[in-house]
Design a protein around this ligand. Structure first.
Ligand code: ADE
Length: 418
């Protein structure tokens, strides 16, 4: 199988959308131009398990421009943009194995298709490619130069692999770059999650009681945007420092058990399971809306929701209405999968520009330095991270001050005081 996509006739529409995104990815464009000249990835087979979006397409085109052979599979069964997949396969000749709405079996078959190509660099968003490679083909890991990981959840999985001594090659945690998580997780997730909820439901956020589970970078972004639209936001947290930050950012903070009876809209973004569980559903108001913005579909206990329901009905695209045994209705969005990528288009290109600049430069870095690294999780070197920020500011036409010699000396001196 050369590729597996839904519909070839969507290729022209997909190409237009990829070009539209490209316009808002000036840093990646600059890297692409450099890659075209210097071919830093020449001859490398890169397997990428990422959300198949217009932005990912631009990353794949950049990797190809750098001389790599790239094979793509989806990192979530519901996040694929089928027109983009068609354009990638047929207009850009980059093999893609992804269909929006694929079942779990197909999802893993598609991962297998990429693994069959024996990639020497793996790119992940959630660590499914690397974990399958480690479980099914452990002997092949020695031929892999390294991997990259896009998201918080994936980095947590990889750090636990490294801790258990089972991670067999180095991985760059792209998520740990400042130019990634401070922007993509906060402003990207903030906007795209609200976007997904609005496209699915067309509700008015103003005046709604919005409960956000988790106050990490993603949760902060969601809370900030919901508040900006007039939502009355409640945060639930387990980490005391984050909870305190949420309080001082002006949010109500309380346990989910309490928030469950108050909220109109619930959004989970913690990276952990069962944030919304049976005991919460039973307390919810009639008509409550529940959505997930975390990587995996475990944050809302859907099997538990089914157990206490008598009926499930799809009432709009991406809205399943469950009728509970107590007679109340709960509306689950996007089957509990990432609502921003399932019901909307994920983060806008303007922010993915920095995330994917990190991915492209991480691949180049692995090619140059990967052999000297161990089976551990690494952060991208600070100078690369800063360079991405410098480039982004430049493309936005924003200038900043520079430290004078005296200021640099002052900062590095311990003798100067009052
Ligand atoms: N993750 C979140 N938004 C995304 C996007 N637009 N493309 C790829 N991965 C994403």
């Amino acid at each position: 199988m050369e590729y597996h996509i839904k519909d070839k006739t969507l290729k022209s529409q997909g190409k237009l959308k990829i070009e539209w995104a490209e316009h808002n990815m000036p840093v990646l464009r600059k890297i692409r131009e450099d890659f075209k000249k210097t071919k830093p990835l020449k001859g490398l087979c890169i397997g990428a398990c990422l959300h198949i979006t217009t932005e990912t397409a631009n990353l794949a085109i950049t990797l190809k421009a750098g001389g790599a052979e790239a094979y793509l599979t989806a990192s979530n069964p519901l996040s694929t943009q089928d027109d983009v997949a068609a354009a990638l396969a047929l207009e850009y000749h980059i093999p893609v194995f992804a269909i929006k709405g694929e079942d779990n079996k197909t999802y893993y078959q598609h991962i297998e298709e990429v693994l069959k190509r024996k990639p020497v660099i793996t790119m992940d968003d959630g660590a499914d490619l690397i974990s399958n490679l480690h479980r099914k083909y452990p002997k092949r890991a020695k031929d892999v130069i390294g991997g990259t990981e896009e998201t918080t959840t994936g980095v947590i999985r990889l750090r636990s692999m490294a801790k258990d001594g089972v991670l067999k090659y180095p991985v760059i945690a792209v998520n740990d770059s400042q130019t990634k998580h401070l922007f993509d997780n906060r402003y990207g997730t903030g906007q795209s999650t609200i976007d997904g909820i609005l496209r699915a439901t067309n509700v008015l956020i103003a005046g709604m009681k919005v409960v956000v589970g988790g106050y990490g970078w993603c949760g902060r972004g969601i809370a900030m945007r919901a508040k900006g639209m007039g939502g009355r936001v409640i945060i639930t947290e387990t980490d005391p420092v984050r909870a305190l930050e949420a309080v001082m950012d002006g949010f109500d903070v309380m346990p989910m058990g309490e928030a469950a009876g108050i909220g109109d809209l619930f959004i989970t973004s913690t990276g952990d399971r069962d944030i919304l569980a049976k005991k919460h559903f039973l307390r919810m108001k009639d008509g409550a809306i529940i959505a997930n913005a975390g990587h995996f579909n475990v944050e809302i206990d859907i099997p538990g929701l089914k157990e206490i329901s008598t009926r499930k009905k799809r009432i709009r695209p991406y809205v399943d209405q469950y009728t509970l045994k107590n007679g109340k209705k709960i509306n689950l969005l996007a089957e509990g999968r990432l609502v921003n990528l399932s019901a909307a288009e994920g983060h806008p290109a303007m922010v993915m520009d920095m995330s994917f600049a990190n991915q492209a430069l991480a691949a180049k870095y692995l090619k140059e330095k990967g052999k000297g690294l161990k089976g551990e999780v690494y952060t991208i070197p600070e100078d690369i991270d800063k360079e991405i920020a410098v480039l982004k500011l430049k493309t936005m036409g924003i200038e900043t001050d520079k430290l004078t010699k005296a200021q640099k000396k002052y900062l590095s001196s311990w003798e100067e005081g009052t």
